[in-house]
Design a protein around this ligand. Structure first.
Ligand SMILES: [Zn+2]
Length: 315
């Protein structure tokens, strides 16, 4: 076997996994309350952008070679029903319009309500839980407002049953049959989201999300979730988080032929970046982590390292 490893050129020739910047999606936070930029202290190197600085940042991502960004909005107003999420002049809708001038960068709005409800939950509350079908009505409105603003891909992340079918039908009925759905299909109730909650202001005011996000102990259930999303019309299915869930990804890859995305989440980023910044880990750990997600079966990876990799790594 060592014949295949004797030089870098030969190793590259024999490599089974190619890390390409074309396959990376950069998460971006846009904050309606902000002018300029503000660093996210729990995520070294990551900032929130105001609507004034966002277009320049997206253009710089495009220049770096990044081809897709997933967008999270922080509104100036939250309410019980999260109505700002489908305001035609809301922060994400304005951002999609602002990004419309970019030729090569695809902006994918995340579609959920946790940044918009005063409870921080992902849907309409009914008693102490998220009401499934009332929430679907809101998701349809959000999807239409994103499509009207010019989005070509929407990414429902609330883990509410039937969300893909509801959004697909609403889009088709309104003539937006060209708009794709990137479905957060197997999204686990993970501890690895905590830095994100600072970044996106989306910590639940009470309780947790275990009644809609998946139990980390389950993998067959994840395959059922993915199968349902495919049957409901998902163009891309997703596993989230990535690094602790590579088995889920590998099982999905062997079962399904649709495109699969993996979301390497905020704590995956912060753990590795803090390791690199403190000298505990060499920067090659970043490459190794993201390669492992592709090797596990992802077609595309959403990662906070996307920009770092585009700028620091000849990928
Ligand atoms: Zn949510």
């Amino acid at each position: 076997m060592r014949r295949h490893r004797y030089s870098e050129t030969v190793r590259d020739l024999f490599s089974e996994t190619v890390l390409s910047v074309d396959k990376l999606i950069m998460p971006v936070f846009v904050d309606e309350n902000l002018t300029g930029t503000r660093p996210v202290s729990s995520m070294p190197g990551i900032s929130r952008y105001g609507l004034d600085t966002l277009p320049g940042y997206l253009a710089s991502l495009e220049d770096s070679g990044i081809r897709a960004a997933i967008l999270f909005g922080i509104p100036s107003r939250k309410d019980h029903d999260g109505t700002e999420a489908y305001n035609p002049r809301g922060i994400v809708q304005k951002s999609i319009r602002a990004a419309g001038t970019l030729n090569k960068l695809v902006v994918i709005p995340d579609l959920c309500m946790c940044e918009y409800t005063d409870s921080g939950h992902c849907g309409i509350l009914n008693g102490n839980g998220v009401s499934n079908d009332e929430t679907l009505e809101s998701y349809k409105k959000i999807a239409l407002s994103y499509a009207e603003a010019g989005a070509r891909i929407v990414a429902p992340s609330g883990m509410v049953d039937g969300q893909v079918a509801a959004i697909r039908l609403a889009l088709d009925d309104a003539g937006y049959n060209e708009v794709m759905i990137l479905a957060y299909s197997a999204k686990y109730a993970s501890t690895l989201y905590s830095p994100f909650r600072e970044a996106a202001d989306s910590k639940p005011a009470f309780g947790d999300r275990k009644s809609y996000q998946m139990d980390p102990r389950n993998v067959r259930e994840a395959l059922r979730e993915m199968e349902l999303d495919i049957s409901e019309g998902a163009d891309i299915i997703m596993v989230k988080p990535a690094l602790f869930y590579l088995d889920v990804l590998a099982r999905a890859r062997s079962r399904f032929d649709v495109p699969i995305a993996a979301y390497s989440v905020s704590a995956e980023y912060s753990m590795i970046m803090n390791g690199v910044n403190s000298g505990l880990l060499p920067p090659g750990s970043i490459n190794e982590a993201i390669v492992s997600i592709f090797r596990g079966g992802a077609d595309m990876v959403i990662t906070y390292f996307a920009e770092w990799l585009a700028r620091n790594q000849p990928v």
